[in-house]
Design a protein around this ligand. Sequence first.
Ligand code: NAP
Length: 244
Amino acid sequence: MSLAGKVAIVTGASRGIGAAIAEELAGAGAFVIGTATTQAGAEHISTKLGAQGAGYVLDVSSETSVEDFFAAIKDAHEAPLVLVNNAGITRDNIALRMKADEWDAVVNTNLTSIYRVSKAAMRAMTKARWGRIINVTSVVASIGNGGQSNYAAAKAGVEGYSRALASELGSRGVTVNCVAPGFIKTDMTDALSEDQTQGLLSRVPAGRLGEAAEVAALVVFLAGETAGYITGSTIHINGGLYMN
Ligand code: NAP
């Protein structure tokens, strides 16, 4: 199996895309450290992954929580050489009414968190001269979306950060890429009204929402040995909603 012997971190692995990524990475042989914001979520991850992984509590929006998390895994596991920054939130509002707390929450959880968690993980990767950082962004970073200026700004910021980091870490065998999903069936899209979903689907040539497992398969490919020459890229997966 392509990732046998590797330890991988997946943030936000309790449900949705992150849960599918954790499952697929484990299926490829990795030992997966999956995170949730609650103890119950972390225990659920441990149960699901069995011998192939463990669940931990992590709030990526908190510097202290990130420090505590890395301290907790340090002695318990080999150094993680694969990091999937998947955790994310939305707080939608039109720009004119966007509140400072909605802006701050989305930028902190979706963008600043990537700096925090990647910084804590990258030293072990450079030391090993091998690493994979995969950031889950969104098609919205490229096409924009009314009501999501905070989310679009944060996800576009992650893509810029990833290119700069890829430049810094390329010579150390560490790749940094983004996976930008279109509309995928998870709790995040379940929150949309039927009208909103139909409106979106009319713009998707594939005529359906994507599956979390389809995004996970792409992440597992980028995490593998054969993807070593792909870095600084954003790979889109959106059923044709956006073609670049
Ligand atoms: P989801 O079903 O809402 O799950 C979100 C995950 O993130 C959960 O595991 C949640 O943990 C975790 N999380 C939330 N806030 C966190 C925090 N402060 N610290 C750590 N973890 C936190 O979301 P999803 O649809 O799977 O989305 C996953 C990623 O894909 C996100 O980055 C999202 O922006 C991106 N994305 C999704 C879509 C889509 O259509 N679904 C499209 C494009 C991009 P708890 O369970 O503990 O709350």
